[in-house]
Design a protein around this ligand. Structure first.
Ligand code: RRO
Length: 365
């Protein structure tokens, strides 16, 4: 007996939009975008506003054990056409308990990547006390980013520029985290807090300053490749830049004689160089070179900037100054622009072009 199917009786096929075939997910969520720590993330109100832009995750302002007021005002400046920002905030933050409480009280309603940024200033005892609050069963934090690159602390140099000191600090952090993870496993087992009594530790990452020499990328990559860190976030603002108001014949910000961290579109080439430099340096180290993910940061304000970051080798991308200039809505706009670029180029996912930057051919005479 032959069977016929009456096609007129079936529901019309839903229209498949081309965009729906384009997948811009990253290792931590549905898009590659998060905020750069420091931008729209210092208070509950700012973090809530940030979430309205629907980033894949949110990262808190770098925090310290106790709240800090930061540097005197004026400490932030924006170029009138948005091409750069200068800041010397000086780590104003409401303390680790405040940000931890944010995630604890809003855990049920947020399904994005929750990252806490911890300022590492030395002495290490404060950092260890912060870690002991976070590395516990039941604490809803997916990642801890160690900020070793704050440029704006009076009388303090950027830790990550002193390589022997950096090596020692990272080794100390690793040992402390491993101790706390073992303790959390034991506690979870005893109290059976999860159904199976297990504990999943957060991912650990490092926020780096811009480096300038190719050898720097190799040395830092070699240093951290065998360690527990699963991501680097590169770059922090470009340190000790100076913007002058020629009419007033004075600096545009007050702290540290007017020197501050430069951000915005103007720093993108430096950020791209750092992403590419680390991508190549990890690759040179051989297997398992892709263990450490790269979050590209610096001068991202359009979909094309994200495309370039990923082409250079970034696994994910953060938005800094543009969030300050435009607000949380820029995240959705940048994602849409990125999808449009992929559609135009015929890509369906970020993996298809990640790291595949070509070097332009040498000219022939
Ligand atoms: O608070 C700041 O001045 C600051 C920090 Br902690 C940082 O990591 N990067 C930056 O540009 N400013």
């Amino acid at each position: 007996m032959s069977m016929t199917i009456d096609l007129t009786d079936t529901e019309p096929m839903p229209e498949i939009k081309h965009e729906s075939l384009i997948n811009i997910s990253s290792w931590f969520g549905k898009t590659p975008l998060i905020n750069a720590s420091g931008c729209l993330c210092a208070t509950n109100k700012m973090l809530d506003e940030l979430k309205t832009g629907d980033p894949a995750g949110i990262c808190t302002k770098s925090c310290t054990l106790e709240p800090r007021p930061g540097n005197p005002e004026p400490r932030y400046w924006e170029h009138e056409e948005g091409m750069m920002t200068l800041n010397s905030m000086g780590l104003p933050n409401l303390g680790v308990d405040y940000y931890l409480d944010y995630f604890k009280t809003r855990d049920n309603e947020y399904d994005g990547w929750r990252c806490m940024s911890l300022a590492v200033l030395g002495p290490m005892e404060d950092t260890y006390q912060m870690l002991a609050k976070i590395i516990r069963p039941g604490v809803p934090v997916d990642a801890i980013e160690f900020n070793l690159s704050c440029p704006n602390l009076e009388g303090k140099e950027i830790l990550a520029y002193d390589k022997p000191a950096l090596k020692k600090i990272l080794a100390d952090l690793e040992a402390e985290c491993q101790f706390l993870i073992a303790r959390a496993h034991a506690k979870a087992y005893e109290s059976d807090i999860d159904a199976n009594g297990s504990y999943t530790p957060p991912q650990f990452g490092i926020k780096l300053p811009p480096y300038w020499q190719l050898q720097d990328y190799r040395e830092i990559a070699k240093m951290i490749n065998p360690m527990m860190f699963s991501f680097i976030h590169t770059i922090n603002s470009v340190p000790n830049a100076l913007v002058i108001d020629a009419d007033r014949e004075e600096t545009v910000i007050h702290p540290k004689q007017g020197f501050g961290g430069l951000g915005g579109e103007i720093i993108k080439p430096i950020a791209l160089a750092n992403v590419r430099g680390f991508y190549l340096a990890f690759q040179e180290l051989g297997h398992p070179w892709k263990k450490i993910k790269i979050i590209g940061c610096g001068g991202v304000s359009h979909g094309q900037d994200v495309f370039e970051m990923i082409l250079a080798g970034a696994d994910a991308v953060s938005v800094g100054s543009q969030l300050m200039i435009e607000g949380a809505g820029c995240i959705a706009r940048i994602n849409e622009e990125l999808i449009e670029i992929l559609r135009r180029k015929g890509y369906h996912s970020l993996d298809e072009f990640r790291g595949r930057l070509k070097v332009c051919a040498a000219a022939t005479n």
